[in-house]
Design a protein around this ligand. Structure first.
Ligand code: TRP
Length: 331
C-alpha cells in the first residue's frame, strides 16, 4: 500500500481554509493509504518559540486534528521529537547536503531576509530535516502546497544522491500529491482577498464561538448589490458564494444566485445571516470536540504514546538498514 506523509508546523489554530483544504483531503487519504501525520516541533524551533507556547501549540494542533476526524487507529499520528531516529537520519543526510544548494533555497532566503538576526544553521538545514521526515518512512506521496514544492524536490535529490553514492536503490523519490486529484478547495478570506490565511487576519477559526462567527461574517466586504441583471460578481461577492457552496445546500446557493442574476438589491443581510448559520453548523460540533479533547490529557497522552511507538517501529527499520548501507554497523 502506498505511503502518504505530511508534517504540520505547530503554529496557530485551524481555520475554515485549512479544514476544507488540507484536512478534508487528509480524511480521505486515511481511508485509502498508509498515512503518517506528524507535528513538526523540531522545525518550529528554528524561530525560537517560547517553550510554554510551543508546548501549548503542539497540544492544540493534536486536539484539533483529532477533533476533525484524523483517526489514530487508521493513521500514524505522532510528534516529531518523539522519534529520535529522524534526528539520526537528519545527521546522516546533512553529510551530503551542500552549502550552496541550501543557501539557494527560496524559503531560507526569505526567512534570512525577514529575520537577519536569526540566520541559524537549523534554518539553513530545514529542508534536510524535512527530507529526513519523509525518507524515514520511505513515503511515496507528500501532499504539499506550492510553498513546499522545492523542499520536496530537494528530498528527491537527497534520496537520489544517497542511492547513487552507495550504489543502492534504497530510498524512493517521494512525489507531490497532485493537486488536481486532491481537489483542493481554496477558501477565500472575508476581506475580499483570494485566500483565508492567518497572516491576513480574515479567518474564521474552527474554535470561534458562534457570536464571533456572526460578527466576522457580518463584517465581510460587500457593496450596494448588482448593477443590473446577469452581471458578473466582483471577487468579494464571489468569495461569499464560494464559502456558501461548501457549508450550505445547493438549493441555498441557487436561491442567492437567482437573486444576484435578477439584479435585486438588499439581500446581502440575509445571505450573511444564512452563511453565518451554516458555518456555525459546520464548525460547532468540531469546536465542541476540540474542547473535550483538550480537557482530556489522558486521551492525548495515549494517542501520542501509541503514535510514537508506531512511528518508531517504521523509523527504526530504516535506520538499521541505512546504517548498514553506510557501513556504520558494528563488528
Ligand atoms: N515544512 C512544512 C511546512 O512548513 C512542514 C513539514 C515538516 C513537512 N516536515 C514535513 C511537510 C514533511 C511535509 C513533509 O508546512
Amino acid at each position: 500500500m502506498d505511503i502518504v506523509l505530511s508534517g504540520i508546523r505547530p503554529t496557530g489554530n485551524l481555520h475554515l481554509g485549512n479544514y476544507f483544504g488540507a484536512m478534508v483531503n487528509f480524511l480521505k487519504m486515511q481511508e485509502t493509504y498508509k498515512c503518517f501525520f506528524f507535528i513538526a516541533d523540531w522545525h518550529a524551533l528554528t524561530t525560537h518559540p517560547d517553550p510554554k507556547a510551543l508546548n501549548a501549540n503542539v497540544k492544540n494542533v493534536l486536539a484539533e486534528y483529532l477533533a476533525c476526524g484524523l483517526d489514530p487507529e487508521k493513521s500514524t499520528l505522532y510528534v516529531q521529537s518523539d522519534v529520535p531516529e529522524i534526528a539520526e537520519l537528519y545527521l546522516l543526510l546533512n553529510m551530503q547536503a551542500y552549502l550552496g544548494e541550501l543557501e539557494k533555497t527560496v524559503s531560507f532566503k526569505e526567512k534570512a531576509r525577514q529575520n537577519p538576526n536569526n540566520v541559524n544553521a537549523g534554518l539553513l538545514t530545514y529542508p534536510v530535516l524535512q527530507a529526513a521526515d519523509i525518507l524515514i518512512h520511505n513515503a511515496d506521496y507528500v501532499p504539499v502546497g506550492k510553498d513546499q514544492e522545492q523542499h520536496l524536490e530537494m528530498t528527491r535529490n537527497f534520496a537520489k544522491r544517497f542511492n547513487h553514492r552507495y550504489g543502492v536503490d534504497y530510498f524512493k523519490e517521494p512525489k507531490a500529491f497532485a493537486s488536481d486529484s486532491q481537489q483542493m478547495i481554496k477558501i477565500p478570506g472575508l476581506d475580499g482577498s483570494g485566500k483565508m490565511g492567518k497572516s491576513e487576519g480574515n479567518c474564521i477559526y474552527l474554535t470561534d464561538e458562534p457570536k464571533a462567527i456572526e460578527k466576522k461574517v457580518k463584517g465581510a466586504l460587500t457593496d450596494n448589490g448588482p448593477e443590473g441583471e446577469n452581471t458578473s460578481k466582483p471577487e468579494y461577492i464571489e468569495n461569499l458564494f464560494t464559502i456558501l457552496k461548501v457549508v450550505s445546500t445547493p438549493e441555498m446557493v441557487t436561491h442567492y444566485d437567482n437573486l444576484w442574476n435578477a439584479g435585486e438589491q438588499r439581500w446581502y443581510g440575509n445571505l450573511k445571516k444564512q452563511l453565518a448559520e451554516d458555518i456555525i453548523k459546520t464548525t460547532a460540533p468540531i469546536r465542541e470536540r476540540i474542547n473535550d479533547i483538550k480537557n482530556n490529557d489522558d486521551y492525548l497522552n495515549e494517542v501520542i504514546k501509541k503514535g510514537a511507538e508506531k512511528a518508531r517501529e517504521s523509523a527504526a527499520k530504516t535506520i538499521r538498514e541505512v546504517r548498514e548501507i553506510i557501513g556504520l554497523t558494528k563488528l
